[in-house]
Design a protein around this ligand. Structure first.
Ligand code: DON
Length: 301
């Protein structure tokens, strides 16, 4: 495709009319968010960025943080320690279900809430949130920050996350204090991001862990392979099957309206639009990924 920017403008025009879905309502900051913005961005492994619509509008990262937190945990704590705590099986359930395995209390994977909380606990406690922010920022090649009031609302309304953290602590799955771990998980979800940032983060995974503009090897290739495998099976929770059939790429959604898809060796695709389907994924975001994957022939099969 010669004119990828022109193509994205056309995709934006075609997907814009899809106004079904509802904004997330579990915290005031998301319930009161403007439902209308819609941005798309593609970052290629050779360092080009193409954008359409509201690709520079900020929103909270939410669950799109999870694959990157998992990557950092694998990289810093090692595969053995991470695998001893978190399985790699699809849960087939919604992101906030208590998908802990019988007897062991291990979360099914790192991309559901329980697994992401466990992954957070595997990072050294001291300076954990700044470490995560530094890592996300290096992937986006822009200094990111967490929104303190969103983080606070996440904590205040995060009873189930806190309960799961305590439950995992009781099984010795959680290696750290449940309250502090949940606080950092919530702060990670409150990182403010744009579709353009997400495209770079996804493109870094597409580029075997090397950030396309800075050339820095931020994620080890084996960690990338693991993260993309788990994203393929579990990044879209209980819609992972239809997502894989229709889009055919590792993906990850967040209730802030952000969504990424990774075409290995080619590009990172990101979309942002706050109205969500019943699985907590952006309606326009999913539609965008379906259209772009089909028309650019990105499906891995
Ligand atoms: O912990 C939560 O439930 C939210 N902060 C994040 C959930 C989320 O983004 C699920 N993804 N679609």
């Amino acid at each position: 495709m010669d004119d990828l920017t022109g193509y994205l403008a056309d995709v934006h025009r075609r997907v814009l009319p899809f106004t079904d879905g509802e904004v997330a309502s579990y915290i005031p900051a998301l319930a009161e968010a403007d439902p209308e913005p819609f941005g798309i961005a593609i970052a290629t492994v050779d360092g080009q960025l193409h954008e359409a619509g509201d690709s520079r509008t900020q929103f909270s990262l939410q669950s799109v943080s999870k694959p990157f937190t998992y990557a950092l945990a694998l990289q810093e704590a090692g595969f053995e320690a991470v695998d001893a705590a978190i399985d790699v099986e699809p849960s087939g359930e919604a992101y906030n279900m208590i998908s802990l395995q019988d007897e062991t209390g291990h979360p099914d994977n790192a991309l559901i809430n329980a697994g992401a909380i466990a992954a957070t606990s595997l990072l050294p406690h001291k300076g954990r949130m700044s470490r995560l922010l530094r890592f996300y920022s290096s992937l986006a090649d822009r200094q990111l920050h967490a929104d303190a009031s969103i983080a606070m609302e996440e904590v205040e309304n995060g009873h189930r996350n806190l309960a799961m953290a305590h439950l995992m602590r009781s099984f010795d799955v959680l290696g750290d204090d449940p309250v502090e771990t949940t606080r950092d998980y919530c702060a990670a979800c409150a990182t403010m991001i744009t579709a353009a940032d997400l495209a770079w983060m996804a493109a870094t995974l597409a580029n075997s862990g090397r950030q396309p503009t800075t050339g820095e090897q931020l994620v080890e290739p084996l960690v990338v392979q693991r993260v993309l495998s788990v994203m393929t099976m579990s990044g879209m929770y209980d819609e992972a099957g239809w997502w894989m059939v229709r889009v055919g790429l590792p993906g990850k959604s967040g209730v802030g309206g952000g969504l990424i898809a990774v075409a290995p060796g080619q590009l990172g695709l990101a979309a942002f639009s706050p109205r969500l389907n019943e699985h907590g994924s952006s309606v326009r975001g999913v539609r965008t990924c379906e259209v772009v994957s089909r028309e650019l022939d990105l499906h891995v099969m």
